[in-house]
Design a protein around this ligand. Structure first.
Ligand code: ZN
Length: 148
């Protein structure tokens, strides 16, 4: 499937899946959330350190396909330092991007690499899984999240 994404997007996804950023437990975490995508076998645990309304630090662990891992890795970079409201707004745009291939508004930076995923409906869940887990953590929900 990666062959069908354009080269630049493919490179970014492969880079993040092979060398995921912030891939570790977070000792200072005061929120964690787990997510799983049974269809693909993706598992992800998000660790957040919330300082009031701000995501002060964020990391993840887990196993899964290249798309889910790259999505979690890029998510940690994108959400660090964001407020709860900013994180929710970004989630809404990512959800739109991976389900329709486009989203209006400011440049999403690296997150734009997931635009091509909408052409592969089974992979949409892989890309969005870490986001569902991150939103559960931001909201303080401790129930595991599943895409099914
Ligand atoms: Zn997957």
């Amino acid at each position: 499937m990666l062959d069908e994404l354009n080269d630049l997007y493919q490179q970014v996804i492969l880079d993040h899946s092979r060398s995921p950023r912030n891939f570790r437990p977070l000792a200072s975490a005061n929120r964690t959330a787990q997510g799983q995508n049974p269809l693909c076998g993706d598992n992800v645990t998000l660790y957040l350190e919330m300082a009031g309304d701000v995501i002060k630090d964020i990391s993840f662990q887990g196993s899964g396909c290249a798309i889910s891992k790259a999505s979690a890795s890029i998510l940690t970079e994108a959400l660090k330092g964001r407020t709860r409201a900013e994180a929710k707004a970004l989630f809404a745009r990512i959800h739109e991007l991976v389900t329709t291939g486009e989203t209006a508004g400011a440049d999403l930076g690296k997150l734009a690499v997931f635009a091509g995923v909408h052409k592969f409906p089974a992979r949409v869940k892989c890309a969005i899984l870490p986001w569902h887990a991150a939103m559960a953590a931001v909201e303080g929900k401790d129930q595991p999240v599943s895409t099914e």
